[in-house]
Design a protein around this ligand. Structure first.
Ligand code: PHE
Length: 404
């Protein structure tokens, strides 16, 4: 009996100390936030980004974390809605008290989250929002992708010089900042190159019927239709356009990029082209290694959002390291100044430290990303090349790379 109880006490002690030990370990973690569309109309945007971020996270933790501190990322789903994006970012900033935020893909949702990060002085990096207004929100908002004035120019030049078209029509999503902006930038360059935009129609995200707009565009006899939208609507628009006998090229921007596009649009997507951030055909070793790792983990070829998410996360980790906030001396000082702190995050997550991360991010130079060499300029933007892709036999075909 006595021996038994000793064993029980011993076991209980072991369990208690294991729990205590794991708690203590858990608290020694660096916490970042991510908001994205894991569900809703553009669910592949958020899911693909998440996979890329997850890969970067696994890699950094496998290597022992950032300066020996493991990293955790709290992920919030915004259901593809700007209002939910704002709620998600408020939670990350106020409740989870994250050190930095990664997200979003869609410009309208980044624009909903950015003011909250800026106000709280929590650095935010969008992997893929291309509308100029996003980083104009303030000095804590960064991006690692090209911008729409460039992307619009790329597709206008492509339409004018490569496809040799002179009369363009536009079909845009009227409530989407990205779509409205890209339509405008395309128009500017197309006109400068001597082309004319002869007709313009619009729709709203979630619409499924586009025949009225397409019929009116068809009547004006354009040579090409520019559709700066997201994949779900674009897939349906392509099908309805072909049904109506519209055989001219349909072209668009990065918002087309999703494996769902071809599932929805099928054969209607022959003779279509769009600009994008990367191609799996790029022989650069960064791209090929990422592809091999991604295939090993997910058994798929990723769209552009996975490598963009991967690059954004790695730039975040790199900036935290370069900021010096996890240097031993800095951590000791942080605990000394906040004797109440019960975790690493409670000690180090101060406005001063976040400012140091911000400054380190601003100094990002020649970072060898999967999506290209990334240098952050004085407006917290990246200058990168774009690729033009063609959809042929239900597959993406690389056409050309355009450098800024
Ligand atoms: N650039 C788009 C936007 O700003 C989002 C996007 C990026 C979509 C990359 C697909 C691929 O809204």
């Amino acid at each position: 009996m006595k021996r038994n109880s000793k064993i029980w006490w011993g076991l209980a002690l072991a369990v208690v100390s294991m729990v205590l030990f794991s708690c203590a370990k858990k608290e020694d973690v660096v916490i970042l936030g991510e908001f994205g569309s894991l569900t809703g109309g553009t669910a592949t945007f958020g899911k693909s980004t998440q996979r890329g971020i997850e890969m970067a996270l696994e890699e950094v933790n496998k290597a022992g974390g950032i300066q020996g501190k493991p990293v955790r990322i709290v992920v919030e789903d915004d259901q593809s809605k700007p209002e939910e994006a704002a709620t998600a970012v408020k939670k990350l900033v106020n409740q989870d008290k994250v050190l930095m935020v990664l997200g979003e893909v869609a410009s309208s949702r980044s624009l909903a989250g950015a003011p909250i990060c800026q106000e709280a002085k929590v650095p935010m990096i969008t992997p893929s929002s291309t509308n100029p207004k996003v980083t104009q929100v303030g000095d804590y908002i960064f991006r690692v992708c090209f911008l729409d004035p460039f992307q619009g120019e790329v597709m206008a030049k492509f339409a004018r010089n490569t496809l040799k078209t002179s009369k363009a029509a536009i079909l845009k999503d009227i409530k989407n900042d990205y779509s409205v902006g890209l339509a405008q930038f395309f128009t500017e360059t197309f006109k400068n190159l001597g082309g004319a935009v002869i007709a313009e129609e619009s729709y709203s995200e979630g619409d499924i019927e586009f025949r009225a707009q397409l019929t009116s565009l068809k009547a004006k006899k354009p040579d090409v239709i520019f559709i700066p939208g997201y994949y779900t609507e674009v897939g349906l628009i392509a099908r309805q356009a072909r049904d109506l006998g519209i055989t001219i090229p349909l072209i668009g921007g990065d918002g087309w990029d999703s494996p769902r596009l071809i599932e929805i649009g099928g054969k209607a997507l022959e003779n279509t082209y769009y600009s994008n951030h990367y191609t799996p055909d790029d022989p650069r070793p960064e791209v090929q290694k990422f592809l091999a790792d991604f295939k090993a983990k997910y058994n798929e070829i990723p769209d552009a959002m996975a490598p963009l998410g991967y690059d954004a996360a790695r730039i975040a980790f790199d900036a935290i390291k370069r900021s010096g906030i996890l240097d031993e001396k800095n951590i000791k000082d942080a605990y000394r100044q906040n004797t109440q702190a019960k975790s690493l995050m409670e000690a180090i997550n101060t406005p001063g430290n976040r400012e140091r991360i911000r400054d380190a991010l601003a100094q990002t130079k020649d970072f060898p990303g999967v999506t290209g060499l990334i240098t952050i300029d004085e407006n917290r933007n990246a200058k990168k090349a774009a690729v033009v892709l063609k959809i042929e036999d239900g597959k993406l075909k690389y056409v050309e790379t355009i450098s800024p």
